[in-house]
Design a protein. Structure first.
Length: 255
């Protein structure tokens, strides 16, 4: 396995071990670790460049960060690039199977174009019983642009928690919520500095353990609700800003 793949696997394994304190944590770990194994097999069979391998990893990382914890239950999501769809004309079939009447487009005016779509299998697990009470399928799409970081577009009918943000803008009567979160990826034995701990306590920095080296990344996220469906656009280290992401959202909303 290449060094990059090993780094990804270590980070994901470490993340899976830190998911949640709830009773059904083991089930969540199992789902995510199974996704990691599928991605590892997929990587061995391909010769993708580093950027594509990282995109595959982020897809699984998305499964980890999409684990919403509530008072009565958890939303657990997992996906695999083994299920990816590269033909845009077949995305309609995917959304139909997911029973998700979502809006989506093939190309954005800023140069981003459709690369692939993948189903994201989600479930709601009760904290007290540990049993799954509901299952559904979300849709995640990837967009690429020359000399730029990938953008991820997700749609779901289920959301846990408050989507609101202090930084918002309006589009056709719809509120767009923008967040720019700083992440610090560090080795498992890394001890954060007092400054890093302070930033973490203030919610200005998220520290993620499992990387081979210390690395800062910026994560931009724009979310909105339209017709009972919850949408989001996100990117790592893309330096796009609220306005560009909002313009992309507008193109989707007006589709």
């Amino acid at each position: 396995m290449k060094e990059t793949e090993i780094k990804i696997q270590r980070a994901l394994q470490a993340q899976a071990e830190k998911i949640s304190p709830y009773e059904n944590t083991e089930k969540a770990k199992k789902n995510i670790l199974e996704s990691i194994k599928k991605e590892e097999t997929y990587m061995k069979k391909t010769n993708f460049k580093k950027t594509v391998i990282l995109a595959a990893a982020i897809c699984v990382i998305g499964s980890l960060t999409a684990l919403g914890s509530g008072l009565f239950g958890n939303i657990v999501s997992h996906s695999s690039h083994l299920d990816e769809i590269k033909d845009f004309s077949k995305v309609a079939e995917l959304t139909e199977k997911a029973d998700l009447n979502m809006k989506y487009i093939e190309n954005f005016s800023n140069g981003y174009s459709f690369s692939y779509a993948v189903p994201q299998y989600s479930s709601y697990d009760d904290n007290e019983t540990g049993k799954t009470s509901e299952e559904w399928t979300d849709v995640s799409m990837n967009y690429k642009k020359d000399n730029a970081e990938d953008v991820y577009f997700d749609a779901t009918t289920h959301v846990m928690g408050d989507m609101s943000s202090d930084d918002t803008t309006e589009c056709d009567g719809i509120t767009l919520n923008y967040t720019n979160q700083q992440y610090l990826f560090v080795p498992v034995d890394y001890e954060p500095t007092d400054e890093e701990k302070a930033l973490q306590n203030e919610g200005k920095l998220e520290i993620s353990y499992g990387s081979d080296e210390k690395e800062y990344k910026s994560y931009e996220y724009l979310s909105w609700e339209d017709g009972g469906i919850f949408y989001s656009l996100s990117a790592f280290d893309a330096q796009m800003g609220k306005d560009e992401l909002a313009d992309m959202a507008k193109e989707i909303i007006e589709e």
